[in-house]
Design a protein. Structure first.
Length: 170
């Protein structure tokens, strides 16, 4: 939980605080991924592709295979509704227990009703979207933290441009 926000901190103090777990950062403008470059940004984009575009590419084939066009409603469930739900939970620092419950419910439903059941299928789509959104969000924040601890110039530039603020934790 953040207790203090400060702009007057050196890069060495920031790195030491991150290592101790007493300091973090908050992005004031944009998303944390805007700080990241090169291979880390590529990895984030791969994770984001899994929840945004993979359902769009795979579910039409599954609907065609099953001859059931109702399954196409899994696209907005996996690519829009589930990520919004996960983003709300992440932004509010809520527990991840509901996501785990939905995933377990999906497995139980799959074992009991089979994959051809609508509840099972849409729960699987919802779980897919939530899981990969949270992985992408975790990667985005982790990569931004790694980048800020590795690059003193980028850290100082982000502070000077008021893109981030340093947050002291309890």
């Amino acid at each position: 939980m953040p207790v203090g926000v400060t702009d007057d901190i050196t890069h060495a103090e920031f790195v030491a605080g991150v290592a101790e777990g007493t300091i973090g950062f908050k992005v004031l403008t944009g998303e944390p991924i805007t700080i990241v470059s090169r291979s880390r940004k590529i990895m984030f984009n791969i994770w984001a592709t899994f929840y945004l575009f993979v359902p769009l590419l795979t579910l039409p084939f599954w609907a065609y295979h099953e001859s059931n066009w109702w399954l196409l409603f899994g696209i907005p469930v996996a690519s829009l509704i589930a990520p919004q739900f996960a983003a709300f939970r992440v932004a509010r620092h809520h527990s991840r227990a509901p996501g785990a419950f939905v995933f377990l419910w999906c497995i139980v439903s799959w074992l009991h009703n089979g994959i051809h059941n609508y509840i099972t299928f849409f729960t699987l789509c919802f779980s897919w979207g939530c899981m990969f959104f949270m992985v992408a969000d975790y990667a985005q924040n982790g990569y931004a933290m790694q980048t800020l601890t590795e690059s003193r110039e980028l850290f100082e530039k982000a502070i000077a441009e008021k893109r981030i603020c340093v947050v002291r934790k309890q």
